[in-house]
Design a binder for this molecule. Structure first.
Ligand code: ADP
Ligand code: ADP
Length: 245
């Protein structure tokens, strides 16, 4: 603190961090195989905790639909069930996290998906004195992934349904906005197998990565959506309490 005239000899004002940060920020990450129910849970969690939500899959699909430079770079990888290159996606997310709306917390879904992405996120948060509050792993076995993704249907706005497990009130129509439900191109059987292989190879190492940092919390994604939600909500509430102490 610069010496201002008249303040010589006075102690520097004491910063009362507890008073400034009455509600600690919640910086949360959802990880898990494709089809584990991350998007389904995110819909509920963003409501529970009022967090801005960044799902890289949705961001990339919108970019492809709009034909932006990002979409042009990403399309071929996505169609093949491959990950888009790290340098393409890292910038997009770091920019989003710098925005005002993410200043008091965020929920990331589908990012990070590789160790270099996780390192980039950790570094960027550290640079501004922030940290991840918790990493929520929603896990399901491969055969369940195949069942879920083959029956997944989505609305234009990204609302998720399942033909058997969570059907819309009227077949093929979104309950919220009445738009036609579609099957994602990458939810076809060959691409599903490829995406699972990519998950095990490139994303699963993050489980150990975040376990080493004591940030990982595991949830049994084979339970009903309501059960999974109850467990996650209770855990996140505890994370917030631990942070306040
Ligand atoms: P992710 O975002 O992890 O890819 P989604 O939330 O899109 O997963 O869910 C994949 C499919 O499985 C969707 O069709 C969804 O309706 C369905 N689903 C999600 N959670 C469950 C659950 N707990 N039990 C059964 N089906 C589920
Ligand atoms: P799912 O809901 O099945 O988990 P997403 O919607 O998250 O899948 O992702 C769809 C596709 O978008 C991925 O297969 C990949 O091509 C691309 N993608 C999404 N997030 C990332 C990321 N963090 N890094 C690289 N590619 C990504």
């Amino acid at each position: 603190m610069p010496d201002l005239p008249g303040t010589e000899g006075l102690d520097a004002p004491v910063r009362n961090d507890a008073a400034i940060e009455l509600v600690p920020e919640l910086n949360l990450i959802l990880v898990g195989p494709p089809g584990a129910g991350k998007g389904t849970q995110a819909e509920k969690l963003t409501e529970d905790f009022g967090l801005p939500y960044y799902a890289t899959g949705n961001i990339l699909r919108d970019a492809v639909a709009e034909g932006t430079p990002l979409g042009k770079k990403a399309k071929e990888y996505m169609d093949n069930g491959d990950l888009v290159p790290d340098d393409v996606i890292i910038g997009v997310i770091l920019e989003a996290l710098e925005s005002d709306e993410a200043a008091n917390g965020f929920l990331l879904d589908g990012f990070p998906r590789t160790v270099p992405q996780a390192d980039a996120l950790e570094g960027a948060l550290e640079n501004v004195g922030r940290k991840i509050s918790g990493v929520l792993l929603v896990d399901v076995p491969d055969d369940e992934v195949v069942k879920r993704l083959s029956g997944r249907r989505v609305s234009k706005s990204g609302r998720v349904y399942h033909v058997d497990f969570d059907p819309p009130k009227q077949e093929g129509r979104c309950d919220i906005d009445g738009s036609d439900l579609i099957q994602r191109d990458d939810d076809k059987p060959e691409t599903i197998r490829k995406r699972l292989a990519v998950y095990h190879d490139q994303t699963e190492p993050l489980v150990q990565y975040y376990e080493d940092r004591d940030l990982l919390r595991r949830f049994d994604g084979t339970r009903s959506p309501t059960d999974v939600h109850d467990h996650i909500r209770a855990t996140v509430a505890t994370l917030r309490l631990e942070d306040e102490l």
